[in-house]
Every structure is written in C-alpha cells, then in structure tokens.
Unconditional design. Structure first.
Length: 174
C-alpha cells in the first residue's frame, strides 16, 4: 500500500512509490499507487547479445521491449531479456496488460531476489519521444538481474522511468 505520508512529507498521489527493498513488478507498483497499469509491446525477438547472454548464462535469449503506462500515460520503457523457452508462454499473452512476473509464476517460475543498479540521467531522443517528455526531463535507469529460488539468473531488465513520476524509498541499516 502506498503511504500517504513519509518522513514528515505528504506523498502526492500522482507519484509512484517504489520500495527498493522489495522485488516488485511494474504492474504491482502501479496498482499499489491506485493507478491502472498498461502497456504496448514494441519488440519481441530472439537475441544473442553477448553481454546479457553472459549474465544469464545462456547462448540465446528472448528480448522483450515494452512501453509501460500508468492510467494511459507512458512512464516507463522496459527492455527485458529472458530464457528463450518462455517464448510460447508470452506469445499468447496480452503483454500490454498482464504482469510478466505473474505469467512466469503461473508457469512455476518465480523470481526470488535481484541485484539492481540505479542511475539518474537524461533520456535519449527515442526514450523522450516514447514517453512524450522533453529531453531535459530526467529519467531513472534501473538495471536488474533477477534470480530464481535456486540462485540461477533468470531475467535481466533495463528499465527507464520518468523521474518526475517516481518516489524511491530506501531503508538503510548500519
């Protein structure tokens, strides 16, 4: 549930609250914000991208690119790499509306933990065009390598999020 107040600050309902200590999907984050998730598949194809194949320890992967929406507005571009054998599961699914994580879970595969790297930057021309923002509006780029319960790498995603629409929450201990 999205908090209304955090650290003495009112959290505007227009912001998507993301607790970075939990492994959640885009769909879960948007629904928790009280918004309607959606999206559009921009590409789905086989790839042999050497960098990502090394990370997932597979010679070939399925690449899925989606423009993700919150209440009909574009706020995220997802570039996801998965094992090739999930392709039949995805080809019949409505990937604009369905959660990829939920589809994988139905198949008996669930992501257990991840390593993530977050970076603030300016969008590329294509990213700005897809998200309908000016090139000077900052974005947050998050690279995620997710693992299953056995510790095997099973997903790599590079998300580009509109920084003006997200609030990230960290709880740190020493």
């Amino acid at each position: 549930m999205k908090p209304r107040r955090l650290l003495g600050r009112d959290i505007p309902r227009a912001l998507i609250f993301r607790d970075v200590q939990r492994l959640t999907s885009f769909t879960e984050d948007i629904r928790a914000a009280g918004m309607r998730p959606g999206g559009r598949v921009l590409a789905m194809r086989e790839t042999t991208d050497a960098r990502v194949c090394r990370l997932l320890k597979r010679p070939r992967l399925l690449y899925l690119k989606r423009l993700r929406l919150a209440d009909g507005r574009p706020i995220c571009i997802e570039n996801t790499y998965l094992p090739l054998d999930v392709r039949p599961l995805l080809e019949g699914a409505d990937l604009g509306r369905q959660s990829l994580y939920r589809l994988l879970q139905r198949r008996g595969e669930s992501l257990s933990w991840s390593k993530e790297l977050m970076e603030g930057r300016v969008p590329t021309a294509e990213e700005a065009r897809l998200m309908r923002i000016l090139r000077r509006v900052p974005v947050v780029s998050i690279a995620r390598l997710a693992f299953d319960r056995r510790g095997r790498p099973c997903e790599f995603t590079e998300n580009v999020l509109r920084a003006d629409r997200y609030l990230f929450y960290f709880e740190l201990r020493r």
